[in-house]
Design a protein around this ligand. Structure first.
Ligand code: TMP
Length: 233
């Protein structure tokens, strides 16, 4: 059936509307503990979105801006950083990222795929470092206001599975080497976030073979954005 919504003329019109600056882009984040396979997931997700002709910005946290990348180096280094300083450095990087990259891209109708965002602070600084939630919530309010992701894909795997993969990659950074207890708390806090925001956060079992995990991610993306993809796909 060639309904008006799927005719070539309407398709063209809807594509034009989508690239209109008045039409906000979509914001997708990818989250998970250490060694859960975010890098290959990010590549496949980005390719899937771009294959639909969508103008996509791929970025990461901490990082994504010159200031954020400098802060990232400091955060991952092996010196002593107390949890409160860590939290503030991450949010300094985040607010710059939101104002310099994410906000302008979405306002211009572009899509944004970010390797980590605010859920990571609840998981790592809240769960892992045992900081109370309230200061995180206050910084979130200050830094991102209502700029919540449209979809968050949370890759979840047992900590031992992730650590095995990370150990093969070379020297561990400050987070990867923070210990099993820390990483277990990070995982638990991520899963708690998923229970709190079931409509936004989708948990994907990353303990399975990579091709199955990646297939699941693509299916979830296609389902969630069926309307957007349908018009220009
Ligand atoms: P990556 O492993 O995704 O490259 O991220 C670098 C580290 O930064 C990772 O170990 C988790 C940490 N991190 C936090 O602790 N809190 C945050 O809010 C973010 C975005 C990252």
């Amino acid at each position: 059936m060639n309904s008006p919504a799927h005719s070539p003329i309407t398709n063209g019109l809807l594509c034009a509307i989508r690239s209109n600056p008045m039409n906000k882009g979509r914001f997708i984040t990818l989250e998970g503990g250490e060694g859960v396979g975010k890098t290959s997931a990010l590549t496949v997700l980005a390719q899937t979105i771009r294959d639909r002709g969508i103008d996509l910005v791929v970025t990461r946290e901490p990082g994504g801006t010159p200031l954020g990348e400098r802060l990232r180096e400091l955060l991952l280094g092996s010196w002593n950083v107390c949890p409160e300083a860590e939290l503030m450095m991450i949010f300094a990087a985040r607010v710059q990222h939101v104002q310099e990259v994410i906000g302008p891209a979405l306002d211009a109708g572009r899509w944004v795929l970010s390797d980590r965002f605010v859920d990571a602070s609840y998981a790592y600084q809240g769960g892992g470092r045992l900081l109370p939630k309230e200061p995180i919530r206050m910084l979130e309010e200050l830094a991102i206001r209502d700029m919540q992701p449209d979809l968050t894909l949370l890759l979840d795997a047992p900590v031992e599975v992730g650590l095995q993969r990370v150990n093969h990659r070379g020297p561990l950074d400050r987070f990867e080497s923070a210990g099993l207890g820390f990483l277990e708390r990070v995982r638990a806090a991520y899963l708690q976030r998923a229970r709190e925001f079931p409509d936004r956060i989708c948990v994907v079992d990353a303990g399975r073979p990579p091709e199955i995990v990646l297939g699941d991610l693509v299916t979830t993306l296609n389902d969630r954005f069926a309307n957007d993809f349908g018009y220009c796909g």
